[in-house]
Each structure stands twice: as structure tokens, then as C-alpha cells.
Ligand binder design. Structure first.
Ligand SMILES: *Cc1c(COP(=O)(O)O)cnc(C)c1O
Length: 475
């Protein structure tokens, strides 16, 4: 069958060449665009009524429809002034890697299918394990995101620590700041909600290790089977880092698996000036690390690292003979280390980015984010009527407009309104979260293209939004 006619091929080629130029222009001028946009309902209606045609449509028509109705219809998480959730400060080199990798489509499940890709992913894993302080023979693999990384590591923890019979009484420990994907992963791999114990955090949103140890003792006394503690290196709410050394000591004393969820914060390991913040991480058994957050990758790029790669093979290799290769630290078949068989070579773009930028520049990216959040904190502290709820740490700061004489619930509403107001304006996006039961504003500043000026303008805009909202309230 001749499925692509010559003139279609020519047209596609022209469109794609132009697309590369257009994309570069788009990123060049991204700061002039609005961060958040309203949903384009008309575009969605067009897409819903489209259906799959029995007869194909012209290349250009489909291309232009995608540009207009799909790609233009999204919030710009890669905008330098997107300070919402965890923004996605994508590098153009990651985009280049996406295009190249997707074009050649290597099958990265087994080494033989794509040795070049397998080698690159293995080398990246080795580099990341080295930064974490794991031993030479450590390993891991790239998965689609932090949620999958957590699920993969927790499966290894379950199988390393529990017999089938013991699963029934097993207990895993998280904190009240642990990302929801951890409990979700534990539920998916067969634990009941009451087997996931939430330990309170302290005033700095770090897991309370005295409470952790008390809970472990209590569970042991009741005949239950503690098996894993999930520490977080950079919580999503505040960037807080659990006391890793203390948690490691507890895990060692009680024979528990220590998993570190570093989906957000493990990238700190790349910072030459700040990596010591994660001291103790080298004592963990496993670590999740999202490259699609702070290492500037497009989505679908996250690593799960383990001190002992056999622990992944034990859970995921379907052929026991592969265990030998894995323990020998030779060429790994990634399908033996995780849930996927066919998998894309999702880390080649990270390799390309790091090869071109160099790790020193990536170190500066991390430091820049931390400094931007510090800039925000300083500026907010100077504003009357505002308070810092959680100081700048790991590029996140939480704060609140709290005018005197206003009730707490009215303050909650006010901050929600400020968030809506600033986001609707399009200049910057700032969303809320909840801390200590109160609504707070949260800035997460990862984008190296955001400047100190951008941050200062954003803070004064927040203050302007607050005054407007307060004025409307009293009018
Ligand atoms: C973002 C995040 C996750 C989830 O990662 P995804 O890549 O969104 O699946 C897990 N843990 C923490 C701490 C995170 O910040």
C-alpha cells in the first residue's frame, strides 16, 4: 500500500520545517504571552464533533486544526512566570531530544533492540546514583513520572521485606505532607488504607521522627509488620526535606525499607552549593527523581533509583536467569526492572540537554530557583498585612495576605480571590495550597528564564490584587 502520496510527503516536510522555526519563535517570545488562558470551549466542541473520518483529510488542514484547537488550548506551564503547582521549565534541548527520539523510535525495553539508547540511559542512572551517594553497583530505570517511580520502588520494598502472608499485617509510614501518589501506589499494589500510617509533621513541615518511632513501636507491639518509611526530599507543598539521617537510623534499627520521594527535590543533588541539604539520602534503599520538574525536561521523564538493582529484578523480572546479568552490573534489560515491556527511550532528551548545557549550568538553574523564592520572601516580608507561612526553601515559598481585624475564614477567601485575580490577569500564575488548615498562596519558582524583576513585579501585583479584593469587600 502506498499510504503517503508524494505531494502529502512534500507538504508534511514543509509544514514540519516551518514548525521548527515557529516553535523557536514561540519560545523566544513566550514572556509576552499570558500564562493561564480560559478554556477555548468552541475549539473543544469542534474536536468533539470531529470523529474519525472514513476518508482522510488534507495534511495542512489537520496540521492547522491541531495548532489552533489543541496546542493553543492549554495553560503555559513552561512560561517563566508560571509559579503554579510544579511548573515545567522545559529546555529547548529537551524538545530537540523529543523530536529526535520520536523520529527514530528506539525500543528501549531491551538492550539488544537499542544498545545506544540503553547505554545512555544506564549512564544517566549511574550519574544520578552517584549524585545520590549510592554504591557503584546501584541501578534503576526511567519511568513516566514520580507516581510511577514511587509505585515501582514501593513494589520492590514490599517484595524485599514481606512474605505473601505478611502483607496482610504490613504497615508503611508517610507524613501528613507526603505526596498523594505514595498512598495511591501502596493501594494499587494491594495494601489497605489503614496500612498506610500518616505521621504528623513539625512546624517546618518535616516528618516528626519521635512520632514515627512511637508508631513503629506501637505497631510492633500490636503484632503488625512495619516494612517501609517514605521520606520526602522536597515536599510539594513547601519544599520541606524530612530529617533523612534520623529516618535512615530508624529504618536501620528496625530493619525497614527507606524510600525517598525526591520527585520534586532530588534535583537539589545537582546543585554544587546546596546538595548537602539532602545529606542522608545515600542511606536510603530507593529514590524517586522527576527530571520533568526541575531538570527542564518535557513530560514523561522520571527516574527510580535503587541501592540494589536486584530488588527491582526480584519484583519485575519474569525470567530468573536475568538476575545474574543485573547483579553483574552489565547491560540491563529495562523490562526486567519495572512494570513496562515496550518503553520509549525517555531519557535521551535528558542526556542531550546535559551534554549541551553541562552540569555546572544545571547547578545554576537549581540555585537560581532557590534564589528567586528567597527574593519573593524578602519582598513579601516588606509588605504590610502579609505573612510568610513557610519560608523559601527549595524554590518554594508559602505566604498569605492576613490583614488585621479580618477573620481567618475571610482571609482564606481573600487569598483564594488574590490567586484567581492574578492568574486571570495573565502576567503570572500563582495558586493556593492549604497549610495548617488555612488557605495560603504558594510560589514555586523553577524557571531559569524568570528574573528577579519578574518576581518583584509578581509580588507587587499580588499586593495590588489584594487591595482590590479588600476594597471590593468593604465597598
Ligand atoms: C510531582 C510529585 C510526585 C508525582 O510525580 P508525577 O511525575 O506527577 O507523577 C510525587 N511526589 C512528589 C514529592 C512530587 O512533587
Amino acid at each position: 500500500m502506498d499510504l503517503i502520496r508524494t505531494e502529502q510527503k512534500r507538504e508534511m516536510g514543509e509544514l514540519m520545517k516551518g514548525f521548527v522555526d515557529k516553535t523557536l519563535d514561540f519560545y523566544e517570545a513566550i514572556k509576552d504571552r499570558e500564562v493561564a488562558r480560559d478554556m477555548d470551549e468552541a475549539a473543544l466542541a469542534r474536536l468533539r464533533s470531529r470523529g474519525i473520518p472514513a476518508q482522510g483529510r488534507p495534511v495542512r488542514e489537520v496540521f492547522e486544526e491541531m495548532e489552533r484547537d489543541v496546542y493553543a488550548n492549554q495553560s503555559l506551564v513552561q512560561h517563566p512566570r508560571c509559579f503554579a503547582c510544579v511548573p515545567s521549565p522545559v529546555s529547548l534541548f529537551s524538545w530537540m531530544g523529543d523530536i529526535m527520539t520520536n523520529a527514530y523510535d528506539p525500543h528501549a525495553g531491551s538492550f539488544l533492540n537499542a544498545p545506544g539508547a540503553g547505554c545512555v540511559e544506564q549512564e544517566l542512572i549511574r550519574w544520578m546514583c552517584g549524585l545520590a551517594g549510592y554504591p557503584e553497583h546501584a541501578g534503576g530505570l526511567f519511568v513516566s513520572g514520580g507516581s510511577m517511580a514511587n509505585l515501582t520502588a514501593l513494589t520492590a520494598a514490599r517484595d524485599a521485606k514481606l512474605t505473601y502472608a505478611e502483607r496482610e499485617d504490613a504497615v508503611a509510614y508517610v507524613s501528613d505532607q507526603t505526596h498523594s501518589s505514595v498512598a495511591k501506589g501502596l493501594l494499587i499494589i494491594g495494601f489497605r488504607p489503614d496500612q498506610v500510617r500518616s505521621i504528623p509533621s513539625d512546624s517546618a513541615f518535616r516528618m516528626r521522627t519521635d512520632q514515627l518511632e512511637a508508631a513503629i513501636r506501637e505497631d510492633l507491639a500490636a503484632g503488625r509488620k512495619p516494612f517501609a518509611v517514605i521520606a520526602t526530599a522536597g515536599t510539594t507543598n513547601t519544599g520541606s526535606i524530612d530529617p533523612l539521617e534520623e529516618i535512615a537510623s530508624i529504618c536501620e534499627a528496625y530493619g525497614l525499607w527507606m524510600h525517598v520521594d525526591g520527585a520534586y527535590g532530588a534535583s537539589i543533588l545537582v546543585s554544587k552549593t546546596r546538595r548537602s541539604l539532602l545529606k542522608g539520602i545515600e542511606r536510603s534503599h530507593s529514590l524517586s527523581w522527576d527530571a520533568h520538574k526541575w531538570l527542564m525536561q518535557t513530560y514523561g521523564c522520571s527516574a527510580v533509583l535503587v541501592r540494589d538493582p536486584q530488588s527491582l529484578a526480584r519484583s519485575f523480572a519474569v525470567h530468573p536467569e536475568y538476575l545474574k546479568d543485573v547483579s553483574a552490573g552489565e547491560n540491563v534489560n529495562f523490562w526486567d526492572l519495572g512494570p513496562e515491556l515496550t518503553r520509549p527511550a525517555r531519557a535521551l532528551k535528558l542526556w542531550i540537554t546535559l551534554q549541551i548545557m553541562g552540569s555546572d549550568a544545571m547547578s545554576e538553574v537549581i540555585d537560581h530557583g532557590c534564589e528567586l523564592a528567597e527574593t519573593a520572601e524578602e519582598a513579601i516580608r516588606r509588605l504590610p498585612g502579609w505573612e510568610i507561612v513557610s519560608p523559601a526553601g527549595q524554590a518554594i515559598v508559602n505566604f498569605r495576605c492576613a490583614p488585621a481585624g479580618m477573620s481567618e475564614s475571610a482571609r482564606d477567601e481573600l487569598n483564594q480571590r488574590i490567586s484567581r485575580e492574578i492568574s486571570a490577569g495573565g502576567f503570572a500564575q500563582v495558586l493556593t495550597t492549604e497549610l495548617n488548615g488555612r488557605k495560603v498562596l504558594r510560589i514555586c519558582a523553577l524557571n531559569p528564564a524568570a528574573t528577579r524583576e519578574d518576581m518583584l513585579k509578581t509580588v507587587s501585583l499580588l499586593d495590588r490584587c489584594a487591595r482590590k479584593a479588600i476594597g471590593r469587600r468593604s465597598a
